[in-house]
Write a protein of this length. Structure first.
Length: 360
C-alpha cells in the first residue's frame, strides 16, 4: 500500500543492546524501537506472563481502551528489552501485528496491556500477553505501537519472525498498509483546521478530504502528496483549513488516501462540535443575502465574506453591526458560502445559501 509509518532510528540492523534511551525523564515514553528479549508462543509461559486476568498493570493504561483484554485463550507472551534502567518507562500498546512474506497478512493475535516495567541486569523489560493465534515463526513480524493515553500511533517495529530471543530490529517491509500517525480536527470559532502526518510514504498520490453534517460524507477538497513521486522516508505534516463551514453544530471529517495506482483507503473519523451563534442569522431572499445582527452589540465590527463553491472570495464587507445587513444583486442559480468574522478574526457564523434568481 501507499504509506508506511516508520520510526526514527539508526539505519540498518540494530541489536537491542545498542538502543540507548534517555533515562533522565520521569514517565518517559520509548523513543525508538528496541529488541525482543524473549517470545513464547505457548500457554506454558502463563506464570511469567503478566495480566493473565485482563487487569491493567501499567498506570498509563488505566482508563484507556487498552486497559483490559480477554482473560481466556492466551497463547503466549512477548518481552521487549530496552537498554538502561528506567522503571518509570511508560510502555505502548501493541495494537496491530503484520506478518509479511510474499504479501501482507494481519495476524489474528491481539496484545494485552503492558506490565509495570521491570529492571533486570541494567535493562528495562516490558512484558505483554497475547491472545488468539500464535505468532508466526517465519517471515517478518511488524508490531504497531500506540500511545494508550492519546490513542495515536507512535510507530512500527519489525523483527525476524524466526527469532525467539535477543531479536534485533529489521527494516520495516514496504508492503505494510496505509497508516497515519494522527488525524485530528480542531474548531476555532466557525472554522475547522484539519491536521495529519505520515511517517513514510510509498506511491502516495494524495488525500481527498470528506465532510459529513449528518447525511453521509461528501468530497470537499484534495491535498496532494508533498512529494511529486509520492515517496518519502521522513515525517511529513499536512494541514487544511475548512472555511467557511456549514451552519451546523456537529461536523465529521475523514481522509481518503489515494495511491498512484488507483487504490485508496479511509482514515479514522475526526469530529468537532461547533459553538452555536444565535446572535447572527444568515438567509437569502431573492437575489440578496440578509444577515441579521439583532443579537449582537451595536458597536461590534464584523468582516463579511461571500465565497463561491470553489472557495474563492467574490465579495467582502467590513461593517458595524446593525439590526440587519443586505448583500444585493448576487447572480442567481448558484450556491454561495457566507462567513462572518469578528474584529479579532474569529469566525462567528457561516452558512451556505442558494440564490435562485427570483426577486421577491
Amino acid at each position: 500500500m501507499a504509506i508506511l509509518l516508520q520510526l526514527k532510528r539508526k539505519d540498518g540492523l540494530l541489536s537491542f543492546g545498542m538502543l540507548i534511551l534517555a533515562m533522565n525523564a520521569v514517565g518517559q515514553y520509548p523513543t525508538s524501537c528496541t529488541g525482543v528479549g524473549s517470545r513464547a508462543n505457548s500457554n506454558g509461559m502463563a506464570n511469567s506472563c503478566p495480566n493473565v486476568m485482563g487487569t491493567a498493570y501499567a498506570s498509563n493504561f488505566v482508563g484507556t481502551v487498552y486497559a483490559t483484554v480477554p482473560a481466556s485463550s492466551k497463547t503466549g507472551n512477548l518481552r521487549l528489552l530496552y537498554s538502561g534502567a528506567n522503571a518509570s518507562l511508560k510502555p505502548f500498546a501493541i495494537t496491530k501485528v503484520w506478518l509479511t512474506t510474499a504479501g501482507t497478512v494481519i495476524q489474528t493475535a491481539a496484545f494485552g496491556p503492558a506490565a509495570v516495567p521491570a529492571i533486570s541486569g541494567g535493562n528495562t523489560q516490558v512484558d505483554y500477553c497475547f491472545y488468539g493465534a500464535n505468532l508466526a515463526t517465519a517471515g517478518t513480524l511488524s508490531f504497531e505501537l500506540t500511545n494508550p493515553e492519546t490513542n495515536t500511533v507512535w510507530g512500527i517495529c519489525s523483527y525476524d519472525a524466526s527469532c525467539n530471543s535477543s531479536c534485533t530490529v529489521v527494516a520495516n517491509p514496504a508492503a505494510l498498509p496505509v497508516l497515519l500517525s494522527y488525524f485530528r480536527a480542531t474548531e476555532a470559532g466557525r472554522t475547522v483546521e484539519l491536521e495529519w502526518a505520515t511517517e513514510q510514504e510509498e506511491n502516495n498520490k494524495g488525500f481527498d478530504i470528506e465532510r459529513s453534517t449528518g447525511a453521509g460524507f461528501a468530497f470537499i477538497d484534495y491535498v496532494p502528496s508533498a512529494y511529486p513521486q509520492g515517496n518519502s522516508r521522513i515525517r511529513t505534516n499536512y494541514s487544511f483549513m475548512d472555511i467557511p463551514v456549514p451552519d451546523v453544530q456537529d461536523i465529521q471529517y475523514r481522509l481518503r488516501q489515494l495511491d498512484l495506482d488507483g487504490h485508496s483507503v479511509y482514515s479514522s473519523v475526526a469530529e468537532v462540535k461547533l459553538k452555536a451563534t444565535p446572535g447572527i442569522r444568515i438567509h437569502s431572499s431573492g437575489n440578496s443575502v440578509i444577515i441579521d445582527f439583532s443579537g449582537t452589540a451595536p458597536s461590534s465590527h464584523f468582516d463579511i465574506g461571500i465565497y463561491d463553491t470553489q472557495g474563492r472570495r467574490i465579495r467582502r464587507y467590513t461593517i458595524h453591526a446593525l439590526s440587519g445587513f443586505v448583500i444585493p444583486d448576487l447572480p442567481g442559480g448558484q450556491l454561495y458560502f457566507v462567513a462572518v468574522k469578528d474584529d479579532t478574526g474569529i469566525q462567528q457564523s457561516a452558512r451556505a445559501v442558494y440564490i435562485n434568481g427570483n426577486h421577491p
